[in-house]
Design a protein around this ligand. Sequence first.
Ligand code: ATP
Length: 218
Amino acid sequence: MNHAIHIHKVTKTFGKKTVLKDIDLSISAGQIYGLIGPSGSGKTTLIKIIVGMDTPSKGDVQVLNTRIPNLKALQNIGYMAQSDALYPELTGAENMAFFASLFKLRKHEQKERIAYAANLVDLSSHLSKKVGTYSGGMKRRLSLAIALIHDPQILILDEPTVGIDPELRLSIWNELIRLKDEGKTILVTTHVMDEAEKCDYLSMVRDGMILTSGPLQH
Ligand SMILES: Nc1ncnc2c1ncn2[C@@H]1O[C@H](COP(=O)(O)OP(=O)(O)OP(=O)(O)O)[C@@H](O)[C@H]1O
């Protein structure tokens, strides 16, 4: 089976506290995989381990058959964290261009991708404003646009639509579904049941363990 993400017996402890216990999880390419669970259940910790920002205490993670952490693998991953990592003194466009250049996008590609991603999150008319003047929701939208900037095979989104109004939330989800239909793999965490229902496969996380998982019918 072709797994985009494969997690094998991952345990994470902070001091004496075990926050992930023996997690096994495989995500097929071309699906939207949801992690739902209460605050503190371990979703963000798991996601950080998948993107290589943290290391497991035990077990291993592979993304597109490459063991993580691996710098090259990051080229294939678009990651949107829960807290925004943006430069307030730069404009929206400059923030996007900065991340695009980290991924070594050529100038014309940069322009194209910035226009696409800004349009997707409805920020096209705010791109020349400094990010320091953005609202919380606008910052979330910019973070999502940046996660998409290098057209990654895998999108990992930690509560991407928190603070985003329902109409835009719907259009973002429609776009995520379109990206999935293009063959992208999307891992998303959420608190919201109506978003969880849009996933192809859902795992419920509680106390660092996966309580139950299974496919969803649409
Ligand atoms: N660096 C750290 N040091 C110590 N404990 C940590 C650290 N990071 C996370 N934790 C703990 O690990 C547990 C899981 O946190 P995590 O952020 O993964 O949960 P979550 O499910 O993503 O919650 P939320 O939805 O609120 O982000 C929490 O009890 C948290 O306090």
